[in-house]
Ligand binder design. Structure first.
Ligand code: ATP
Length: 230
């Protein structure tokens, strides 16, 4: 279980998150929704060790990992796929995957990436920065996948992509979840995220204003009030 316990965090004296508690139980998909600037990215950055909270705790399977480095969290099975494609643009697809292969062989990593996105397997020698935006996002997801993560934080991974690619990415997220990973999903395609999610949190100005099952969210006034959509 990933538990964010009463987190407060922000930047240079400007507070963003206020007393946020959020749980990602094993084997679950949790959607994190909220308007622009609500603090979703900030929350993911705290959870993956990129930003230290001013108070509160990050607990992974009961261990207090507040302030641990991103690497330490990766070693415990937590991966963060950041907004804007986490790939090395000057390296080839093969090299990008090989860098993640510390848990196993490069061949196994490539096989696993190919299983997730066969398109990547055909482009192993291509320099990542020359691929389309969708292909780069697939590579970013594959880099997480080859580590067999237990928890994956996903920040708007479908942003700006063509509908067919968004379909492929959501299919992959379903595969990842069926594989046993727990997902914390920040997503602009709200209905797609809710289709996949077991649980949903809505953030507004750094506070949790709704926590419940997707079906409960449909009944609440949350859409109109906080998500700007009916
Ligand atoms: P979006 O959907 O637009 O990505 P978000 O919910 O992910 O929004 P955050 O990116 O977490 O929101 O931003 C929350 C607040 O923190 C915003 O007011 C933003 O301007 C501020 N902020 C984010 N990153 C920084 C930073 N590096 N330095 C200073 N302020 C920041």
């Amino acid at each position: 279980m990933l538990l964010l316990d009463r987190l407060c965090a922000g930047y240079e004296g400007s507070p963003v998150l206020h007393d946020v508690t959020l749980a990602v139980p094993p084997g679950s998909v949790v959607a994190l929704l909220g308007a622009n600037g609500a603090g979703k990215t900030t929350l993911l950055r705290v959870a993956s060790g990129l930003l230290r909270p001013t108070s509160g705790r990050v607990l992974l399977d009961g261990a207090d990992l507040t302030g641990a480095t991103p690497n330490a969290l990766v070693k415990r099975g937590l991966c963060h796929v950041p907004e804007g494609r986490g790939v090395f643009p000057n390296l080839t697809v093969r090299e990008n995957l090989a860098l993640q292969a510390f848990a196993g062989s490069e061949t196994a990593a490539i096989e696993r990436a190919n299983q997730a996105f066969p398109r990547l397997g055909q482009r192993l020698s291509q320099v990542a920065g020359t691929m389309s935006g969708g292909e780069q996002q697939m590579l970013a997801l594959a880099r997480a996948y080859v580590q067999s993560p237990r928890f994956v934080l996903l920040d708007e991974v479908s942003m700006g992509l063509a509908p067919k690619i968004v379909d492929d990415i959501f299919e992959f997220l379903g595969l990842l979840a069926r594989d046993g990973a727990s997902l914390l999903l920040v997503e602009q395609y709200i209905s797609r995220a809710l289709d996949l999610a077991d649980y949903v949190y809505v953030l507004n100005r750094g506070e949790v204003v709704f926590a419940g099952e997707p079906s409960e969210l449909q009944d609440a006034d949350i859409f109109e009030t906080y998500l700007g959509t009916a």
